[in-house]
Each structure stands twice: as C-alpha cells, then as structure tokens.
Design a protein around this ligand. Structure first.
Ligand SMILES: Cc1ncc(C[n+]2csc(CCOP(=O)(O)OP(=O)(O)O)c2C)c(N)n1
Ligand SMILES: [Mg+2]
Length: 626
C-alpha cells in the first residue's frame, strides 16, 4: 500500500472523502452523497465553509433557510432514491445544530439515511465558554450536540483529525446498511475542523458501498410455507420496505399467485402497482373500512417491510381472528420479530420471490370464494367514496376529500405527491390511488409538520421529470414555508397545494371526539368575553405569503378552479402555490379502527365522563400478540 500522504485540514479531508463514495445495488452504481446543504455560522464557516469553497467542486453546496429543513430535504431525496443515495448537511454550533434534531428523528424513525455534520465547541476548551456553549455542570465533554445521540444510528465526535479514518467508513457503512440506516451524525469541534494532518492518499480513492439484499433463512421459509398452506383468510400488509427494496413486481407476483389481498401502510402507499392485485387501500386507523374488515378477520397476516406502528395495528385492536398468525418480512430483526411473527429476516424482494417459488412448488392456489367476497366489499367501498367523499355537500365549501380526489385525477404517471402531517396523510391513505405511477410519499413515522416543502425539494433534486406536489394544510404551511426561497433560488420547481381550513382541524376532530370540546386548535382571535381563542377566524392570505417569496399563486375555492389552477401550474416552470379554501369541519368517513388516545380518567364534565367510559370499553378490543 502506498505511503503517500496529503496534508489537509480535517474539514478538507471530509469534503474530499465524500466526493468519492458510491453505492451499488443490483449492478448499478451511483454517488452516495452527491451534494451538501448547509447554513454557516461560527462553528463551521471557517472549517467546513472553507473546505467546500476550496475542495468541494464535486460536492455542490445548497443554501436552505432553516436547519431542520435541510435534513428533511436529505430525507426526501433519500426516499426518492430508495435509500441508495442521500445528502450531507452542515451547520453551525449551538442552535444551528439543535435545530436539526427533529430532522434527525424524522430520518431515523423512517429508516432514511442522512449525513449530519454539526459544528461543535472547541476541543481545546481554553477559549472559555464560546458563544452558544452550554456549560454542563458535571460533564465537561457534553455539548448540545449530544442531543443527536438518541436520534442517530451512529454518532461520533471528531476530536482529532485522524479520527476520520475510522469514523467516516463507519458512517458510510451505517448509511448503506438497510437494517441499520438512519441519521448519521459526525459532530465536528470547530478548532479540529481547521486542524491539519497528513492523511494517507489512498483514503481518498473511489469507494463503492454495496447495499446488500439479505436472503431468507431456508428453515424459516419452510415454516412460512406451512402457515401459508393452512391459511383461509390471508392478508398482506405492504410497508415502506417494499419501496426501499424495489420489490413491487415480486409483491404483485406473490399476491396474485396465492390470491392474497394487499393493504398498504402510510410508507407503503403505492407498493401495489399491478391492477390485477386485490388492493384494499390503506391499512389501519386512517385506512379504508375495507382493509379494516379484512384485517379484522384475517387468520394469517404477512407483513412486508413495516414497523407496524399503532396507526396500522389500531393500537393492537385490528386483528381479531382468535388464531391469527403473522409472518414478518423485514431486513431489520426487531421489526421481523414484532407481533410474535414468524420472522423472515431478509430483503423484501428476495423473500417474496422465495416465498412465491415455495408456494408454487407446494401447489398453493388462490381461493376463489374468499376473493369474490372481498371484491364485493371493494365495490361497496368504491361506491362509498363516490357518494360520501367526492360529492359536494350543499351549502359547504369543498371538502378536503374532494380536493384529494381532484388532485388524484389530475396527477399523471411520474408525478409525486408528498405529505406528512395534518388531515391530509390520513385522507390520502384512505383515498389516493397510486397505481399508474402516481407516486405518494407519506412521512408518517414522525409525522413532522414542516417536512413537506423541504422534502419536496429533495424529491425534485432526485428527479427532474414529473410534477412534485407538496400537499399540506394551512397549519403545516405556516410552520415552515421558507424553503420556497430555496426552491426559487435553485429553480427547483415544486407545486404546493394548500388546504386552507383555518387551523389544525384534524387535531380538533380528535379533541372533540376524545376530550369533549374544541380548544386551541383553530386560527381565531382572542374573544374578550371568554378570554379564549374562540373569537372570529383570522383572515390569513397564504397566497400573498407564498407570492412574496417568488411563487406563482392561485386562490381557489371551487372544483373547476382547482382543476384549472392545477393545469396552469403544470405548464408553469416556476414554483407554484395553489391555496384552496376547504370546509373546516368536514371529515372523511372513518375506517372503524380504534386507536389508543386516552380520555381523562377524572373530570367534572359529564361529556368527558361519557367519553372515558367509551374509551374504557374500546380498550377491551386490544389484543396482544407475542
Ligand atoms: C412539528 C409538529 N408539531 C405538532 C404536531 C402535531 N400536529 C399534527 S397535525 C397538526 C395540525 C396540522 O394542521 P394543518 O396542517 O392545518 O392540517 P389539518 O389538521 O387542518 O388537516 C398538529 C399540530 C406535529 N405532527 N408536528
Ligand atoms: Mg388546517
């Protein structure tokens, strides 16, 4: 091995290293980290900033408006790339660093790779407390960046320049490991960033990280086959792992060969593209009543790439068959073992392929009577959509359901719709038909308000064709609209569709159902007679706000105007924002799946007392699967 060295600062070495890392899967290779987002301040401007300026020719730098946003952009990008590539993010120390904790949590919970490079206090310490330093009373080596530890899948503090030799390969390994991936944080003390060291030249040789496809254990496959042979009412729940593994065709082939209906989780939306598969729609509390009914009676549930969060299992209330069994296909051992499932710890594509082969050899065939019954239920749900969701209620503004229906109709193959918090993810889970390549990316692992616009930028960076629709509520827009500036600055076209219903209406609905009364969830003036926020509704002009940042805007309130605006926006090259007035308190029909949101155990209010009794009765539906 060559003994040649190259003298670089730690930050310069980091920037040089990132530019030669690649990922490879199925024979296709690409840059693992093709760009960096950053906000400079003291703590990274003289280190990372200088390094990028001098050595970053192949690591284009983007300027976001907010540190949390840049992490969401990296997540959106990584998701669109099916976790085969991501972005790096640099920030100053102190608030610049901690602003990204929510971004890191969003990435880690959704199992999305992002590389975070926050500045940190001086390793040498003698400068005294530097600006933005937390002086921890008993731990001299704790900084605010330690907050990244619980939300990162790998964390290291680079106290010596040569530490990069071990920290960076480990960071890349975690980013490209399907089971371990999430936020990777390398905390960079600002003095060490500018410190020079003689790095071995071969450290900067091109490197390819294989994203592996772990194979299922043959013994486990045989056990899974035995369960499949016995099943009378099987169901597949498709999660985000189907997308990450690009297992769409194998999922459809297995479902069709065995005659198993498929429902989808938030992250799994769009996993079924094949029109012949019996698709039940979204699974769980926010899903379709159809998927709920099938899950309720299923005797075998095959979970593919899902974490089985409470919204999917209805807080463990949805699976009611007394003998229900689970098979769980997952790269992550922890997920594969949930629900007391038979664990198939493997890549989704590989496991589904192996299962199909095994079931074909065993002669397992679709059960016509079961499928016919479900097809009948499916028709009932379709007619409920037409009658109860898409129809205009007299004397009301458009409903959010109608708006989802309109966008779904106008969307084309190759378009992507992004949503994360508020009533929209729930409505899209229930209604959005992602078949025909109308992709729907829902972040509902952390359901982080403010994810949507920056993630839209990430998707746009990942794909130059198709429309990128950022579908958000007014509350979510107000929490984080400023990445519109970055969109305009970079000519990254996204189209915001904003459902303007004067507040946090999904939370209000939950509140009224489980805590009796509306309180603190709408955009209303203080009412002098109650001293509460239940006065007149605020008159906010969100379109003017978006326009002020350079977006082309529309203010619309009828289905025809929405359709027209969507068509004009498609023809536009600039970032667009369509603000749609929607009915405040009109919701989609429920799935019938309970979820555990506790009502107060004691209250003077008879309404709360009644809701508590209902809650306690509903809790009896919970069943625990070990
Ligand atoms: C950062 C963050 N804060 C708070 C919440 C809790 N929360 C979930 S949805 C929601 C309201 C969203 O309002 P809006 O976007 O207007 O959607 P709507 O409920 O009206 O459909 C809130 C406060 C969250 N998910 N994320
Ligand atoms: Mg709202």
């Amino acid at each position: 091995m060559s003994t040649a060295t190259i003298r670089l600062t730690m930050a310069q070495a980091l920037v040089k290293y990132l530019q030669v890392q690649h990922s490879e899967r199925d024979g296709h290779t690409r840059r693992l980290i093709p760009a960096i987002f950053g906000i400079f301040g003291h703590g990274n401007v003289t280190g990372m900033g200088q390094a990028l300026e001098e050595y970053g020719a192949d690591l284009p730098y983007y300027h976001p408006c907010n540190e949390q946003s840049m992490v969401h952009t990296a997540s959106g990008f990584a998701k669109a790339k099916h976790r085969l590539a991501t972005l790096a993010c640099t920030s100053a120390i102190g608030p610049g660093a901690t602003n990204r904790i929510s971004g890191a949590a969003t990435a880690t919970i959704n199992r999305l790779p992002v590389l975070l490079l926050p500045g940190d206090y001086y390793a040498t310490r003698h400068q005294g407390p530097v600006l933005q330093q937390l002086e921890h009373p008993i731990s001299g080596d704790v900084s605010v960046n330690d907050c990244f530890r619980p939300v990162s899948r790998f964390f290291d503090r680079i106290l010596r320049p040569e530490q990069l030799l071990t920290a960076l390969p480990e960071a890349m390994r975690v980013l490209t490991d399907p089971a371990d991936t999430g936020a990777v944080t390398l905390s960079l003390p600002q003095d060490v960033q500018v410190e020079a060291w003689d790095y071995p030249s071969h450290f900067f040789a091109e490197r390819v990280w294989r994203v592996e496809r772990p194979q299922p254990d043959t013994g486990r496959l045989a056990e899974a086959l035995a369960l499949l042979k016995k099943a009378k009412r099987p169901l597949i729940i498709a999660g985000g792992g189907v997308h990450y593994s690009e297992a769409w065709e194998e999922l459809a082939a297995f479902a069709l060969a065995c005659g198993i209906p498929v429902s989808e989780t938030f992250a799994g939306k769009g996993a079924v593209q094949n029109a012949e598969v019996l698709l039940l729609g979204g699974q769980g509390t926010c899903g379709t009543p159809l998927a709920a009914k099938v899950a309720n009676q299923a005797d075998l549930v095959i979970c593919v790439g899902t974490r089985l969060a409470d919204f999917t299992t209805g807080s463990q209330s949805v699976f009611q068959h007394p003998e229900v069994k689970f098979i769980s296909i997952n790269v992550c051992s922890r997920d594969a073992h949930k629900q007391g499932a038979l664990p198939l710890k493997a890549d989704a594509r590989e496991a589904l392929r192996a299962l199909r082969q095994a079931t074909q050899e065993a002669g397992i065939k679709p059960q016509a009577a079961y499928l016919e019954q479900l097809a009948g239920w499916q028709r009932e749900w379709q007619s409920q959509i037409e009658k109860e969701i898409l129809a205009q209620a007299p004397g009301e503004a458009m409903s959010q359901g109608q708006l989802v229906g309109l966008l779904n109709e106008e969307a084309r193959s190759g378009d992507v719709v992004i949503t994360a918090a508020g009533g929209l993810p729930s409505d899209l889970l229930k209604m959005w038909d992602a078949r025909g390549g109308k992709e729907c990316q829902m972040e509902f692992g952390y359901s982080c308000m403010g994810y949507e616009i920056p993630a839209g930028l990430g998707v746009r960076l990942a794909q130059s064709t198709g429309e990128v629709y950022v579908f958000i509520g007014d509350g979510t827009y107000l929490m984080n609209p400023t990445e519109l500036v970055t969109a305009l600055q970079e000519g990254l076209k996204i189209t915001l569709v904003i459902s303007d219903n004067c507040g946090y209406q999904c939370i209000r609905a939950l509140q009224v159902a489980r805590a009796g009364h509306a309180f603190g969830n709408e955009f209303r003036h203080r009412n002098p007679s109650t001293n509460r926020l239940d006065g007149e509704y605020l008159d906010l002009d969100l379109a003017a706000n978006a326009q002020s940042m350079g977006a082309r805007v529309w203010r619309v309130s009828t289905p025809e105007a929405v359709r027209q605006a969507l068509r004009e926006a498609r023809a536009e090259t600039r970032t667009c924002a369509i603000v749609v007035e929607t009915e405040k308190h009109r919701y989609l029909p429920p799935s019938g799946v309970w979820i555990d949101f506790g009502t107060a155990q004691t209250s003077q209010d008879p309404l709360i007392q009644k809701q508590r009794r209902e809650y306690e009765a509903d809790q009896q539906k919970q069943r625990f699967h070990y």
